[in-house]
Design a protein around this ligand. Structure first.
Ligand code: HAM
Length: 426
């Protein structure tokens, strides 16, 4: 039998992993420059955490979670998203006391949803999530969107659209849901099969259904903006004003409702032409009741998650890969190998002074291979310079350095070798 990875869950192979590392590196730098701290929560949580937060009638909870009983009969679920686990950890470890208020947290890691796999949709996918907990301030919504905009641009993405809406507070949202249900009560026959069910179970989702029939049916439906209270209206206006003031463009989108129940107030989604209409690059918003609903204090929160696979899809061939320089030591003979092993290590140390980035990869040909085969090997790994050390070089006390692109060769005394190579790399 030939084993394969589980359907919808993909290996990230060595030839692709560099792009992932680069994306994660850029993300960390941008996010941490705003004062966020990383949090790493387990992949498994009590099922009830997700049911309670994402919502019993949502697609994620009813159709997409990987849920199973452990040996003791406890129901566990592979996390389908990162917000609820992060809130659970925030409450469990009293992070409101341990961190400056509001707490600014981020995470990068795999999430699991049993969806039908297709381009940009997998069963194990990866999110970069950024969350502010303990905030009721619309300035935080704006700062978070500025961060998101900056991070996407830093990734090399330009033609994305930030869709923006407000769902109002819990009361506004409930009132609107009631009115929308009334409006759709005698129009069920004009909706797709999914939306027929949604009218009772998750009525807001009818608004963002992509089916032509449903789009037509909700064209004249009441709008959430008519139900928003004064405070939510002012907050939403402030967010929009702050974005405009900072030259971040957005598209106010009245039917943007989001598929998770915990959202209130500002919500947003990032669309990108390469992903088509169905899928978003990332999304987020306020979830002012979630901390309290999961047993914590009554504090507001706001955050977003972006899908790494979708960012890569949107980047297409434009992936900005940072390539470190490669130096190859071709060592011939025991004594040469002994010396090269130490030179290489010293060079690795001084040529990599940025803790966040590998600037120089140093490889040593330690096998018994001939010079010809080691040179071939150096070419294959993309070496910029090859340092040749054989018996002759040992006798003379100097190495031969070959510039692989110009084919130039020159001698460097062993005692100057590391400094000289480091200079050549600048
Ligand atoms: P979400 O909209 O469910 O929100 O997911 C956020 C992003 O994860 C999506 O925009 C997409 O890029 C990616 N994503 C979701 N499902 C898949 C999939 N099956 N395959 C590939 N990528 C996928 C959340 O998860 C919220 N926790 C975001 C948030 C954080 N809201 C507040 N804080």
């Amino acid at each position: 039998m030939k084993y394969k990875s589980v359907k919808g869950m993909e290996d990230i192979l060595p030839q692709d992993v560099q792009v992932w590392q680069e994306l994660e590196r850029v993300a960390r730098i941008v996010i941490e420059s705003y004062g966020y701290k990383e949090i790493r929560t387990p992949l498994l949580e009590d099922t009830s955490i997700f049911v309670r937060s994402i919502g019993e009638t949502t697609d994620i909870v009813t159709k997409e979670m990987y849920t199973f009983e452990d040996r003791k009969g406890r129901s566990l679920t592979l996390r389908p998203e990162g917000t609820a686990p992060m809130v659970r950890a925030y409450i469990e470890h009293s992070l409101d006391k341990a961190l400056p208020d509001p707490a600014r947290l981020y995470y990068i890691g795999p999430m699991f949803r049993s969806e039908r796999p297709q381009k940009g949709r997998s069963r194990q996918f990866h999110q970069i999530g950024v969350e502010i907990i303990g905030s009721n301030d619309a300035f935080d919504d704006a700062e978070l969107i500025l961060l998101l905009d900056r991070m996407l641009r830093q990734f090399g993405l330009l033609s994305f659209t930030i869709k923006l809406n407000s769902l109002g507070c819990k009361k506004d949202k409930e009132e609107f849901e009631k009115r929308l249900k009334e409006y759709l009560k005698d129009k069920k026959g004009m909706l797709c099969d999914d939306c027929k069910n949604r009218v009772e179970k998750n009525v807001l989702r009818v608004l963002d259904c992509k089916n032509e029939k449903c789009i037509d049916t909700v064209k004249n439906a009441p709008s959430i903006s008519d139900f928003i209270c004064n405070k939510c209206g002012l907050d939403f206006t402030l967010v929009k004003t702050l974005l405009q003031y900072n030259n971040v463009s957005f598209a106010e989108t009245k039917n943007l409702v989001r598929g998770l129940d915990y959202y209130t107030g500002t919500v947003f989604e990032i669309a990108h032409p390469r992903l088509g209409g169905q899928d978003a690059l990332g999304a987020g918003g306020r979830y002012d009741n979630l901390v309290k609903d999961l047993g914590g204090h009554d504090v507001g929160a706001v955050g977003f998650g972006i899908g790494i696979e979708r960012v890569l899809l949107a980047l297409g061939d434009k992936k900005v890969v940072y390539m470190p320089e490669v130096i190859f030591f071709a060592a011939l003979g025991k004594e040469a190998k002994k010396q090269c092993l130490s030179y290489a290590d010293e060079l690795r140390k001084i040529a990599n002074d940025d803790p966040l980035k590998v600037k120089t990869v140093v490889r040593v040909g330690l096998s018994e291979a001939s010079l010809k085969s080691q040179m071939r090997n150096a070419g294959n790994v993309g070496a910029k310079f090859v340092v040749i050390v054989g018996e002759d070089e040992i006798k003379k006390g100097e190495a031969t350095v070959r510039n692989m692109s110009t084919k130039e060769q020159f001698q460097v005394k062993f005692e100057d070798l590391i400094q000289r190579l480091n200079k050549l790399l600048q």
